[in-house]
Design a protein around this ligand. Structure first.
Ligand SMILES: [Zn+2]
Ligand SMILES: [Zn+2]
Length: 356
């Protein structure tokens, strides 16, 4: 599935213009539309394929990414590098294989009860957000630029000025054109209205008749402290908004948390390791240690056993719900090497004293 040649699927050259791609899609979509091929599973399969192909190469940005590296396309819908720090996953994309069809033809074609229901749902957008260990532990706010599709505000998605369409004169509004060629009666998609049966009398200038615009929105993503890798945050109504009469879809942010070279985490507790000299362990003293809340000083009691945990209360993760984790520091003994004569003498003397 990853190696599909979307250009081939649409029957165009790799160098085809956006307009040529749109035209090719329109033609094929009309030919293989399930409403026109009831019960024909092969037609449905082809329709799905061309819808998938158009969802990528019909979008200039996704097309460019596809051209640069088709290996990033998981299942034909995923793509990455949408904006810094994000991987956008268009799994939900537009909610059905009909979306681009409806987008182009304004839903004027066919339209059984199911399709009508589908049309009124604005899809969610799924993105991945990469966080550092510290960002996840402490929480953060990420201001991010995200693009979504919205209904053109000028024409409310109709693609026309004042919503005016008229029946296509060439096909009488049926979308199909019948020609007699010798003995044959050939029924084909009307080339004037491209099958919609409608002619836009006066195309909207704001969206060139597409009915849909791309909106760039800045979203402040507030990541609460203590989230985990794999958690999902939902920002309501920041998803697609192509149907202006329905509430916008949601923005689902799938969080990916990196590792730390210093800390490990178990629920709200933090674990780390520090090396301490032998005198501090024996006699007690100061410990300067890195916590997720910064470098802090702690007091070690005399006779602290190496490799055991020094517990620092409430220096772990402070969750929004008021719970606080602890920080456990495993103290390792740093054995001194290259002792000078005086130090060695002192240690020998100390060792003798221990035995006596
Ligand atoms: Zn418009
Ligand atoms: Zn027509």
């Amino acid at each position: 599935m990853n190696n599909k040649d979307y250009y081939k699927v649409l029957g165009v050259d790799r160098g085809a213009s956006d307009a040529q791609i749109k035209k090719a899609y329109k033609k094929l979509a009309l030919q293989y539309h399930p409403d026109r091929n009831v019960g024909d599973q092969q037609a449905e399969k082809v329709f799905k394929e061309i819808s998938e192909a158009y969802s990528i190469v019909g979008d200039p940005q996704k097309r460019q990414e596809y051209d640069n590296g088709p290996q990033t396309y998981v299942g034909g819908h995923g793509f990455s590098g949408f904006t810094t720090g994000f991987t956008v996953n268009m799994n939900s994309g537009f909610d059905s294989i009909f979306s681009h069809f409806d987008e182009i033809f304004g839903g004027a074609f066919g339209g059984n009860a199911n399709r009508q229901t589908r049309r009124s749902v604005n899809p969610d957008i799924d993105v991945e957000l990469n966080l550092t260990f510290e960002e996840a532990a402490l929480g953060c706010t990420k201001a991010s630029m995200l693009q979504r599709h919205i209904a053109c505000e000028t024409c409310k998605g109709s693609g026309t000025r004042g919503g005016a369409t008229s029946n296509c004169a060439n096909c009488g509004g049926t979308g199909m054109y019948v020609q007699q060629q010798g003995y044959l009666r050939i029924k084909s998609v009307c080339s004037t209205c491209e099958g919609s049966g409608k002619i836009i009398v006066d195309a909207c200038l704001n969206c060139s008749g597409d009915g849909i615009k791309v909106e760039t929105q800045t979203v402040d993503i507030k990541v609460p402290a203590g989230i985990n890798h794999g958690d999902c945050l939902r920002v309501a109504n920041k998803g697609e908004h192509v149907y202006s009469d329905a509430p916008a879809g949601h923005l689902n942010i799938h969080l990916r948390v990196g590792h730390s070279s210093i800390f490990k985490r178990k629920e709200n507790d933090i674990y780390s390791t520090e090396y301490v000299d032998i005198a501090t362990l024996m006699l007690g003293g100061e410990l300067k240690a890195q916590t997720i809340h910064g470098i802090k000083n702690f007091k070690i009691k005399p006779g602290f056993q190496p490799n055991s945990e020094f517990r620092v209360a409430e220096e772990g993760i402070h969750n929004a719900d008021g719970t606080k984790g602890n920080h456990y520091i495993v103290l390792k003994l740093q054995v001194p090497v290259d002792l000078n004569a005086e130090q060695e003498e002192a240690f020998k003397k100390f060792a003798d004293l221990l035995k006596s």
